[in-house]
Design a protein around this ligand. Sequence first.
Ligand SMILES: Nc1ncnc2c1ncn2[C@@H]1O[C@H](COP(=O)(O)OP(=O)(O)OC[C@H]2O[C@@H]([n+]3cccc(C(=O)O)c3)[C@H](O)[C@@H]2O)[C@@H](O)[C@H]1O
Ligand SMILES: Nc1ncnc2c1ncn2[C@@H]1O[C@H](COP(=O)(O)OP(=O)(O)OP(=O)(O)O)[C@@H](O)[C@H]1O
Ligand SMILES: NC(=O)CC[C@H](N)C(=O)O
Length: 775
Amino acid sequence: MLKRTVLATCTLNQWVLDFEGNFQRIHESIRIAKERGARYRLGPELEVTGYSCDDHFLEADTYNHSYDVLARLLKSKVCYDVICDVGMPVMHAGTNYNCRVIFLNGKILLIRPKTSLAIAGNYREGRWFSSWAQHPHMDEFILPSSLVEATGQHRVPFGTAILITEDTSIGSEICQELFNSNSPHIAMTSQGVEIITNGSSSHHQLRKLNTRYSLMQAATLKTGCVYMYANTRGCDGERVYFDGASMIFLNGELLAIGSQFSLEEIEVVTSTINLDEIRSFRSNLKSTGLPLSSDLYSKIYVPFSVSTSCSLSPSLPIQIQYHTPAEEIGMGPACWCWDYLRRSRQRGFLLPLSGGIDSSSTAVIIANMCELVFESFQAGDTRVQRDLKRIITGDPASEYIPLDAKDICGKLLTTLYMATKNSSQETQDRAKNLSSDIGSTFIVVNIDKTVDSLVEGFSQVTQKEPKFSAHGGSKSENLALQNIQARSRMVYAYMFAQLSPWAAGKGGSYLVLGSANVDECLFGYLTKYDCSSADINPIGGINKIDLRGFILTKQDKYPSLKSVYNADPTAELEPITKEYTQTDEADMGLTYEELGDIGRERKIKNCGPVGVFTNLVPRWQHKYTPKETADKVKHFFRAYSINRHKATVLTPSYHAENYSPEDNRFDLRPFLYNTDWEHQFDLIDRIANSLQSHYNKSSQPLPSILKSKPDISNITSSSSEVRAPQNILTSPVKSTPVIPTPSKVKFTSDSTTPDLKTTPTAPKSILPAKKVSQI
Ligand SMILES: Nc1ncnc2c1ncn2[C@@H]1O[C@H](COP(=O)(O)OP(=O)(O)OC[C@H]2O[C@@H]([n+]3cccc(C(=O)O)c3)[C@H](O)[C@@H]2O)[C@@H](O)[C@H]1O
Ligand SMILES: Nc1ncnc2c1ncn2[C@@H]1O[C@H](COP(=O)(O)OP(=O)(O)OP(=O)(O)O)[C@@H](O)[C@H]1O
Ligand SMILES: NC(=O)CC[C@H](N)C(=O)O
């Protein structure tokens, strides 16, 4: 019989500090891996503790509990005859490390600390761990008593060694190390390593999976090896969703991949490898100059063979199928909400549903969640069955069997439309029809009395009666009257969340869902502590354009979404008159598409106001002159800085977008700015003036201009003379833009709302997907 190597990589839905649950899932995954014939089992990064423990990684308890879990695994016979590669924190010589612990038959072979920590974006590993600076130096780890008792060992190797088994060699790198330019797999494979393992905890972000895929494909194509990748799945206690998709590659080709979005807690993916394929592949690489072996890494000899004689055929390459961004929006937040709901032990969701795109998207995401739950229930997932029964009836062993996804939605989701005299029948009908399409429980309540009595209370004390602008009131009055309605909705939402289960004869409470999207959070186009102040927000990290794309794809399934899609986004907080209907884009003086452009420049490209402006001049030149772009950018930064304080209290949101303004974990900024930006705006004006004169004169053809970016090297804010840059701009654009320029907009520091009453909004469009890679 031929020698074959079966390798298993595991996706686990772990939960921070749930040491018992985490142990059970790791143990079960090892059992399944062995059952499938695997002789090497890889698990995700920090699977023993859960990845998102954050400052709990500063507690000695966390390390001690992890040693307890490791000792149980070491002692279990289920974990024998397979090399187990488990992720956990280890405290070595008074320093904390994010490690792999690799063991076989009750003995620890190696503790391998992470050498490059993840510290960008959502990641803060440097706050809790040190990177293994001695790399590739080895040390000895003195085992604590619980591990001495479990293994009979007193000291084990600690560092970045490679394992030499009887039949092959294995080296590990940990998550971020793959993303770096000096990834260990390069030196390891040049030293002859054939199997690279990577235990990861990598979060979902729209359009990101291809980054991981490309890195592994390139790594294995350039070096010739097997690459095993294990990722965490689910909401383990934080705003991010880890999106699984554990993979196995061989020589540039994908052999296996787990699901990216699923409710399954344990998923084991295996591949059968013929190691000779690596050797043959490398023979070809050598002839094209594969680097010679350098003995950089210490070797640990393991008297064990990961290959066995078996009749299994080697796994064949498969094609990766990427989800579209709309599918990702439908799946990722839905899975995250399910984890949140079952782990928070609440009884369902309460969603203030306005009939607009944002709250409708949230409703559809929960409907998707119900479909996933129904499918898993039908497929016999006992964990999902118990969770659903507990949430709906209070008893995990109840007899309840759902009829379909709509039945579940009716029990898990209550949608609440809160009408005032400024609401229209259209929005109420849209909310009602969508609720009926998805099957949620629908409630309408009129909140005028509450709003009126609040205003009356004010008037009694002050003898003044505030009025809307439409009735002759000032801007302050107009804003205050809007905010009273918006904030009253928040109070109603929490009241219904708390009392609806009681009214229905159940115990417990519902979680309030929020629906502010990433763009309005960035601009601050929301009332502080209105319905945007919820328990969790599934779409707070998703931009309006992507949400529109999502709603578009769901129209066939839920026909009521057609009118949701076609309606202009509106707050309905002001009286509708013949001359005026409130719309978001006119209110903000920027389209959602423009907010996305600015948001990406600000956050992803790390640009200040001047950088944003100079980058957008060529990009927007088909519609705006440099001065108009300057006005838009200044308008944005003024609103952003006035409203940044709102980001400090944003509802915790699913992280999906790299330009998220999320203030607590992701986009760390001050919340008290000088909103005049004198130095920056002065420079923008100077540059705009110099470009404007050039813009009027130049006859340069448009296509070449589109590629260029202003050269501002000659312009400084202190220079009295401003020279026109050499490489720009441009012939005047034929048509003038329809969007209002904020230069005409009056903007006072007590409001986010410019004084625009009759401006047309931009045409709606679905942008081509912008690929934003993040590592
Ligand atoms: N730097 C700072 N640090 C901390 N707090 C600061 C602050 N500056 C102002 N504040 C405070 O912030 C508050 C002002 O903010 P806020 O009350 O939100 O009110 P404000 O931002 O003035 O108005 C709300 C805006 O949201 C818009 N909007 C649009 C669509 C829908 C909805 C909706 O809610 O449904 C709302 C509405 O048209 C208006 O433009 C005041 O209490 C003020 O004292
Ligand atoms: N009439 C209403 N009934 C119930 N909830 C409402 C109503 N109006 C607003 N809300 C809630 O307040 C949130 C913020 O209101 P806003 O008018 O800013 O809507 P939005 O952000 O444009 O979202 P949407 O597209 O859902 O209208 C909404 O997402 C919704 O959850
Ligand atoms: N845990 C990590 O090392 C994360 C690394 C990487 N930046 C990612 O998003 O996948």
